[in-house]
Design a protein around this ligand. Sequence first.
Ligand code: KIV
Length: 284
Amino acid sequence: MKKKLMIHDFYRMKKDKKLVTWLTSYDFPTAQFAEAADMDMILVGDSLGMCVYGYEGTVPVTMDQCIVHCEAVRRGAPNTFVIGDMPFMSYQLSDEDAVANAGRFLKEAGVDAIKLEGGVRIISRIKAILDAGIVVCGHIGLTPQSSGQLGGHKAQGRTVESARMVIDDALAIEKAGAQLLLLEAIPPEVADFITRKLSIPVYSIGAGPLCDGQLLIVSDLIGQFQAFTPKFVKKYANVAEVITNAMKEYVKEVRANAFPTDEYCYHMLKGEGEKLQELVKEYE
Ligand code: KIV
């Protein structure tokens, strides 16, 4: 059975320079696959809004949707560290809201930690959630929930002025006590500096190879998400093609009455066939 890693394991891995593997999952079967692949961590990201529900972004995603998907992932990957992603407006209004919603992830879905977007300006939210005894992962750089303010889904930290903001966010998050940090879409040079500067584990999605581990969105990795492909995505499979081809084959066979053949049929039990003839006669 897979050994479940916990927060102290991630600190040890940073010290030992062992890279952490992290992937999003949104449902039971995919979580099972991730656990079978020996993934160290799973994020039930609010990217489920785009990857599962077909929204244009993450903003419409609700707490209830996140909880349902976290529950399914928890069942599929009982021995993997699972992080729930706090959706837009689940922590922006007040510290009390942030704690109540972060608590729901643990109480209702049994996740191991929560992630929330933002740096300096959400420090009081991070502290309040930590005070409730919940493990917190920060998320800075490109923060999709505030992509409107960032001018779209654009890489951050590419000028010295912007890099300073990302670095200040990272330092503030560590100082607040958060246990993990995710950097999204920033230059590797900036990510490298932050990873070496901070004592907490720092992970990358689109922040280059010099962090303490990597995160990808499963729908990108398996080639399922069609709307767009960020520069940092490597597609390891093309399931969209595999699934569409399987469905096309099914459509063709049903239209040609080539499916189902005899091997896919249930037959009457021994001796019941003759009785069926009599039954049919009753109805004629
Ligand atoms: O929701 C998500 O999957 C995320 C990643 C983009 C980091 O937050």
